[in-house]
Design a protein around this ligand. Structure first.
Ligand code: SAH
Length: 260
């Protein structure tokens, strides 16, 4: 019987931000294939002695699949360690289909995505009552085209929180899309590079008008999250609509209102 292949989300960078389940699997792994371009090797530090650890940076999809299948023929637990959550821009299904075809069992362990880590780093919230209750995780078209109906200007017309992956080198296009959707020049924009990476994280706060210059000044050209959201800066607002859940005037399943 071949072993099982686990697609494990390593989290955004800080090796402590892997899930307990992911870490337990790493402790049992016979082989780990990690995405070295984005996952720090520190993420494999819980691997047992003798575990085969390989960086996939220079491998094609076919080579990765062949490596995983070969390792699964000899090991009970084989791990594909991916940045953030494996299901977000992670070529997950391209890898699992040939495993299924080969009759090898696989499963996914989710991870903390960089959008969440970026907002956490900046002490910001993704949603806020009566401001926005919706988050869109998206990207701009690079070499991968955007499907019809997912043009950034169209998505931005919702004026909700937009977490924009893989797009820091196309910041000018992000700016144009937000302008086309009617965002104001003073709308706050957040860029976080290497969110949660110990000692390497950079947080840049700007506006639609100046975020590009600010990122250039900080030399941010890769591994960065762009967040456009009407919630940004709420920690310093004068007034805020309260969450109903904790409102003394609000009764719910677990608590009676204490104020009429
Ligand atoms: N699966 C990953 C995303 C992979 S795509 C996840 O869930 O986070 C790679 C893109 O993710 C980068 O271009 C960048 O936009 C973002 N990214 C990954 N790690 C990051 C980090 N630590 N800080 C900020 N952005 C990050």
């Amino acid at each position: 019987m071949p072993g099982k292949i686990w697609f494990v989300g390593a989290g955004p960078g800080d090796p402590d931000l892997i899930t307990v389940k992911g870490r337990t699997l790493i402790e049992q792994a016979g082989a780990i294939l990690y995405a070295g371009s984005l996952v720090d090797q520190a993420a494999t530090r819980y691997a047992p002695a003798g575990c085969e650890i390989r960086d996939s940076k220079d491998m094609t999809l076919e080579e990765m699949v062949a490596w995983l299948l070969d390792q699964a023929s000899r090991n009970a637990t084989v791990i594909r360690l991916q940045t953030g959550d494996p299901g977000l821009y992670g070529a997950l299904i391209e890898m699992t289909r040939p495993l299924t075809a080969a009759g090898v069992e696989w499963a996914v362990v989710p991870g903390v995505s960089s959008a969440m880590a970026s907002m956490a780093a900046a002490g910001e919230t993704l949603t806020l009552p009566e401001v926005t209750q919706t988050v869109i995780l998206t990207r701009t078209a690079g070499r991968t085209p955007m499907p019809e109906g997912e043009d950034l200007a169209l998505l931005a017309s919702h004026h909700c929180t937009l977490c924009i992956y893989l797009s820091i080198t196309l910041l000018h296009e992000v700016q144009s899309a937000l302008r086309a959707a009617g965002w104001q020049e003073d709308a706050p924009i957040l860029v976080v590079q290497k969110a949660s990476w110990p000692g390497q994280e950079k947080i840049v706060r700007g506006t639609l008008a100046d975020i590009k210059q600010k990122c250039q000044a900080e030399k941010i050209g890769s591994q960065a999250m762009i967040v456009a959201s009407p919630t940004l800066g709420a920690a310093n607002w004068e007034s805020l609509v309260r969450s109903k859940l904790y409102d003394p005037e609000f009764t719910h399943r677990f608590r009676k209102a204490t104020v009429a």
